[in-house]
Structure formats: structure tokens, C-alpha cells
Design a protein around this ligand. Structure first.
Ligand SMILES: Cc1cc2nc3c(=O)[nH]c(=O)nc-3n(C[C@H](O)[C@H](O)[C@H](O)COP(=O)(O)OP(=O)(O)OC[C@H]3O[C@@H](n4cnc5c(N)ncnc54)[C@H](O)[C@@H]3O)c2cc1C
Ligand SMILES: NC(=O)c1ccc[n+]([C@@H]2O[C@H](COP(=O)([O-])OP(=O)(O)OC[C@H]3O[C@@H](n4cnc5c(N)ncnc54)[C@H](O)[C@@H]3O)[C@@H](O)[C@H]2O)c1
Length: 461
């Protein structure tokens, strides 16, 4: 038998091949295997994907450590004295031992294999409709192929950057020491979370963002607030600035477009993510290899016999998106009359301190969608709980409503526990709870989420 690459090999007949074992890939492969299908899951790096080894879990362990430091440093303003000396080693040890078991995926691999699925290590490529090739092995998928390839860090084509020993998240997470100084290229979620983490461990940090503001897709009020907080902590911020040139001898030298020169021991590239669709072979099933994402319908179907889930679908590069889509794709493959995707109440949390949490549409995106928009905003520090909290109580709650339908279509919470507070608003957006009904709710006193009541009062709906 010859596969689409012209390589002679005997093909294995299976029901489903899953390419990429990120959070969604592992979930869909396990669901299908448990349902009795013969499933081959192909993984070229680590079973579990980016999230447990280089992203969500270890970076939130870093954040947990920095939150402890930050709270201890607030003691003098609230409760006496605390002598705090930050040490990176416990954080690095915890990430190595507890989060990643030294970047070993054996536990995850066994967890999957216990479902009855077969794990194949290597890089999977679609070589013909219904056919996946991994090295010299060929698989024919009777029911379909699921793509969950995730993303790799984008390294911009800046003169001098390629070949220099820059970091991406995959280098920052395993770091055994916090650098003395760090230039962070990109003021998105990756850049800001790691900028604040290292700054709180004593690293001199500068964030360079090409767009006019940090977290460029967030509400402008949220960008402004987080920029103020980071600056107050001593983090340098340069916005609206491209990088012309990078040089590395014993340290990094970065030349900004405006002429400013910055130096640091280390440089972190956090300028977005991409997937190499050509290497994945999507052209073999009629998909655009040059595209940034794989468009899918509401059941995650990308082409005849092909489903795609996770970051590659471009519907929110979050673990919760990947796992949500996995459930829907699995039901569709199993022929169950399952749910269809509904992203109206997609939440996200940037785990800076204060957290920047959002659900649904921003004001700008709601206007672009032609919605008759009303907004309401309140400041957390003006709430009773903000007053009690006193130190580092900066925050906002901003609501975006559809005036015609009288419901919220989006919300942003910046503040302590912002990611938890936004949960209440996610329910409101998801269930389309009328604003009039939200106004009749009882909000516990004196919680942070009680400030939602003030934001509702500011809303002209
Ligand atoms: C620093 C950082 C922090 C983050 N923090 C959060 C957070 O707090 N919360 C959150 O929700 N999200 C967070 N994210 C995003 C989150 O990591 C991703 O959305 C999540 O991992 C889901 O990705 P995925 O399922 O698309 O695939 P991934 O997790 O990227 O996994 C894809 C897998 O496919 C494999 N693969 C790719 N191509 C092939 C191939 N051809 N053959 C075989 N295997 C292949 C890869 O090796 C990889 O293991 C963070 C991201 C970063 C970078
Ligand atoms: N807590 C979370 O949920 C979390 C945390 C981290 C990452 N993520 C996910 O991972 C994805 C990737 O995050 P990210 O921060 O790498 O990407 P991003 O695309 O969100 O942000 C990258 C930023 O870099 C800027 N940039 C691009 N090129 C630049 C250049 N040459 N110089 C200066 N700035 C430049 C962009 O303008 C942008 O603001 C996000 O979309 C997010 O969904 C989620």
C-alpha cells in the first residue's frame, strides 16, 4: 500500500485518529476510546499539550507564589511588619516536581491508554483524505480525523533576533533562576503575566508593545488600569513601539523604532502564536495551508471527515475553549445529537494582579456587531469592599448591554479576584438574564461582586 506521500507502508485501519494531544485532544480521544471506538492519538511532544507543561498550570503556580509575596509586602500598610525575601528556587522546584514531573508525560500517557486508546509518538500529517502518516506508520481513519495541533510561539522577523538566545514561554517556565533584567516583547496575556511574575522576584522588567496599549483587545479602561498598576510596581512600559534591531553579546540590546535603546540580561518573546498548517498536511483535505486558523462549523467540522478543536480554530486560545470544543466534536463523531458551539459567553482571565477578566463582547466589538450598546462602569476602590481592602484595591467593573434586548452581552472585571467575580456575569451573559432581573438581585455585603450592583445602576437600560 502507498500513502499520499508515495511512501510504501501497511496501513492500520482505525475509527479515529487524533493529531495533537493538547487538553482538547486528550479529552476527545479519551471520550471516543471510552465509547468503544478504536482511537489512535498522535503526539510529537508531551501528552497534555502546552497547558500543563509550559503554560496555564506552571505559570499560575508562578502567579500563586507572587501573590503570596505581594500580600506579604502589603503587611506594613495593614498589620505590622513582614520581612520578605523572594527566592525563585521553590517556584522552579514546584514547577519541575509538582506541575510537570520534570516534563515527563508518562502519567498522562497511561491515563489515556487506560481508556483503551493507542498512543503513537511522532509528528502526524494528513497525507490523503482519511489518512494520517506518522514517520513510517500509516493510519486509515474510518470515521474521521480530529486536529488539535495547538500553537507555537511566533518569533517576529526582527533583525538579529533569530539565532539569539531569546526565551519564549517554553524557556521561561523551566527557568531555574529569575534573570536580573528582562525585556518582554509583547504586552498580551503571556507577556504581562510573566512580566509581573519576574518583576515581583526582583527582575528589572521592561514590556515593549507594538500596539498603542497593553492588552490591546481588552477594554481601554482595563488596559489603562493594568498599565498604571504595572508602572507603579516599577515595570517599564513602552507602547506603540516596534523593535528595529536586536543584538546579543553578553546581554540583549534592543533598538526601538523611535531610537531608544534598551538592554537586559534576557529577552522574552511573547508576540502571539501560530500553527504550521502546511506541516500538518491540511491541504490534502482541501483546507488552506497558508491560513492562520482552521475554520470550523458549530460541530467542529472542518472538512469531510475532519474535525478541528483548540487554539487552531481561532475561537479563543484557552484551555476551556479546547475542552468545550472536544466535548462537542466527540458527540458529533459518535453520532449523538449533542450541543452545538455557542461562544457568546466565552470567558477569559489574565492572571495579573489585579486579574483582568472578561466575558462576551467588549464595547468596541459589540458596536462592530451592530448592537445598540449601553455601558455601565464602576470603580472597585469606591465599593465598601474596596475601601476595606485598602491596599492594591484598584479595579473596575464594566458592563456592555444590548439596549434593545435588555441583556448583557459582555463584561470586564479588573480587580482582586476579578476572575472569580466575572463568573456571575458569565452566567448573566450565557443565560441572557434580563438587566431588570439582575437589578432585583441581592448581592452579599461587603463582597467585591456587590460592585456589580453599582455598575448596573450606571447602565442606561
Ligand atoms: C504562557 C501561557 C499561559 C497560558 N495560560 C492560560 C491560562 O491560564 N488559561 C487558559 O485557559 N489558557 C492559557 N493558555 C493557553 C493554553 O495553553 C492553550 O489554549 C491550551 O493549551 C489549549 O491548546 P490546544 O488544545 O489547542 O493545544 P496545545 O495545548 O497547544 O497542544 C497541542 C499538542 O499537539 C501536539 N502537536 C502539534 N502538531 C502535531 C502533529 N502534527 N503531530 C503530533 N502532535 C502534534 C503538540 O506537541 C502539543 O502537545 C496559556 C498559554 C501560554 C502560552
Ligand atoms: N490567562 C490566560 O488565559 C492566558 C495566558 C497566556 C496566554 N493565553 C493565550 O495565549 C495566546 C497567546 O498569548 P500572547 O500574549 O503570546 O499573544 P497575543 O497575541 O495575545 O499578544 C501578543 C502581543 O504582542 C504584540 N506584538 C506582536 N509583535 C510585536 C513586536 N514585534 N513587538 C512588540 N509587540 C509585538 C501584539 O501587538 C500583541 O499585543 C492568547 O491569545 C491567549 O488566549 C491565555
Amino acid at each position: 500500500m502507498t500513502n499520499g506521500n508515495g511512501v510504501g507502508a501497511v496501513a492500520d485501519e482505525v475509527d479515529v485518529v487524533v493529531i495533537g494531544m493538547g487538553p482538547g485532544g486528550e479529552d476527545v480521544a479519551s471520550r471516543l476510546a471510552r465509547a468503544g471506538l478504536s482511537v489512535v492519538a498522535v503526539e510529537s511532544r508531551l501528552v497534555g499539550g502546552e497547558c500543563p507543561y509550559f503554560a496555564c498550570v506552571p505559570t499560575k503556580m508562578m502567579v500563586r507564589a507572587t501573590d503570596a509575596l505581594a500580600e506579604a509586602r502589603r503587611v506594613p500598610q495593614l498589620a505590622g511588619r513582614a520581612d520578605v525575601r523572594a527566592e525563585w528556587t521553590p517556584v522552579a522546584d514546584r514547577i519541575r516536581d509538582e506541575a510537570t514531573t520534570d516534563w515527563d508525560d508518562e502519567i498522562a500517557a497511561q491515563r489515556f491508554e487506560r481508556t483503551g486508546g493507542r498512543l503513537v509518538r511522532g509528528f502526524g500529517q494528513i497525507t490523503a483524505p482519511g489518512e494520517v502518516t506518522v514517520g513510517d506508520q500509516v493510519f486509515h481513519a474510518r470515521r474521521g480525523i480530529v486536529l488539535n495541533p495547538g500553537t507555537d510561539p511566533v518569533v517576529p522577523p526582527i533583525d538579529g533576533l533569530a539565532g539569539s538566545p531569546y526565551w519564549t514561554n517554553r524557556d521561561a517556565v523551566p527557568a531555574r533562576e529569575a534573570p536580573e533584567s528582562l525585556l518582554v516583547l509583547g504586552g498580551g496575556p503571556v507577556g504581562l503575566e510573566l512580566a509581573q511574575v519576574f518583576a515581583r522576584f526582583g527582575t528589572a522588567v521592561t514590556v515593549i508593545e507594538a500596539q498603542p496599549r497593553l492588552l490591546a483587545v481588552a477594554e481601554p479602561e482595563a488596559s489603562e488600569l493594568i498599565t498604571e498598576v504595572l508602572r507603579a510596581e516599577g515595570i517599564q512600559v513602552r507602547t506603540g513601539n516596534g523593535v528595529e534591531r536586536v543584538k546579543h553579546d553578553d546581554q540583549f540590546e534592543v533598538q526601538l523604532a523611535g531610537g531608544e535603546q534598551l538592554t537586559a540580561q534576557q529577552l522574552l518573546v511573547a508576540t502571539g502564536r501560530r500553527t504550521d498548517l502546511r506541516a500538518l498536511g491540511v491541504g490534502a483535505v482541501g483546507l488552506d495551508e497558508q491560513a492562520r486558523t482552521i475554520p470550523v462549523d458549530e460541530r467542529m467540522r472542518a472538512a469531510e471527515g475532519v474535525w478541528a478543536i483548540g487554539d487552531v480554530t481561532g475561537r479563543g486560545a484557552f484551555t476551556h475553549t479546547s475542552m468545550y470544543q472536544a466535548r462537542i466534536a466527540a458527540a458529533d463523531i459518535l453520532g449523538q445529537d449533542g450541543e452545538t458551539a455557542d461562544y457568546r459567553a466565552m470567558p477569559s482571565v489574565v492572571f495579573t494582579d489585579p486579574e483582568v477578566a472578561t466575558v462576551g463582547l467588549s464595547e468596541a466589538r459589540a458596536r462592530d456587531a451592530g448592537i445598540n450598546v449601553r455601558t455601565g462602569i464602576t470603580r472597585i476602590q469606591e465599593s465598601t469592599r474596596g475601601f476595606i481592602h485598602k491596599v492594591d484595591n484598584a479595579g473596575i467593573i464594566k458592563l456592555v448591554a444590548d439596549a434593545e434586548r435588555g441583556v448583557l452581552v459582555g463584561a470586564t472585571v479588573v480587580g482582586p479576584y476579578g476572575g472569580e467575580i466575572v463568573g456571575a456575569l458569565a452566567v448573566a451573559v450565557h443565560a441572557e438574564v434580563p438587566v431588570s432581573s439582575l437589578r432585583r438581585m441581592i448581592f452579599a455585603y461587603p463582597t467585591f461582586h456587590r460592585a456589580i450592583e453599582s455598575a448596573l445602576a450606571d447602565l442606561d437600560v
